[in-house]
Ligand binder design. Sequence first.
Ligand SMILES: [Zn+2]
Length: 324
Amino acid sequence: MTARWSLSAAGLALAAVALPAQGAIAPEELAPGVTLVAGTFVPGHQPDGNSVILRGNKGLVVVDTGRHAEHSDAILAATAGMNRPLVAIINTHWHLDHVSGNPRLRAAAPGLTVYASSAIDGALKGFLAESAKAAEAAIAAGEVPADLVPEVRADIATTANGAALRPDKVVNRSQRLKLGGRTLDVHLARTAATAGDLWLVDTRTRSLLSGDLVTLPAPFLDTACPGGWRAALADISNVRFARLIPGHGPVMSRPDFDRWRRAFDRFIDCAKSSADEADCAQGWTQDLGTMLPGGEQRRATEMTRYYVQVLRANAGRNPNCNLV
Ligand SMILES: [Zn+2]
């Protein structure tokens, strides 16, 4: 999630809790050569997306690099023990919780190649520039809780140095890539969660990395085109996979994904109807049931309630559906 200055609206500005230290983010090998560095979403802070390290016989590929330094430190610590060079980053999309670590990883491995869609170019001129301006104003007006100011300033600095986030190689069509000795089927979804989302399948382990096309506790709809997003979910559902690693939240099975997708469809339909926004939010939480980790129901409800407002504000002329 990137959000304009909307932490409280999205229900994130609850009691501030310290971010976990690097050692607290323990990498987990989900399948041979597939290691998850889980993103955190601490109340009162902005999230980090999940990162995945793919280990091939010739090198390492990191999919998404998080937002906070604690997260990229955890990625670098995990790669250090793998005895292979870091050869590539794949960014599933340009939200700051997935790309902010790019410069730090590049500094550690100057020869690596960054792969992503070109959607960040429009975002740097539009959404991200506007977000940084709104955040500056919010800090100046004293609207940002004191202990959150450093990470908001970090986001502003990341955006100001936005050229360092851009891909070396633009992925402008779905294709098979061989990186570090690993074979990846990379899919491009236009106008979904952003104007260009990548999702990929590691062919050896049938691990599907969905980026923010699938997330818990709620879909991050700030820059979304719901129709394109639905089409991307239909494409994902046509693929056989052993596990789905979402952009945020725990690893999912096939039945988990099917349940999540049904909840997404029902939520979008509800937002399009004249139903009360609280009912749409409650429907999302109920549809997911036990898939929402304990204690996440409240945040899921607050976030989806906010996103009903976002979707309704864009209804009929959603600018995110005209970005290709
Ligand atoms: Zn995200």
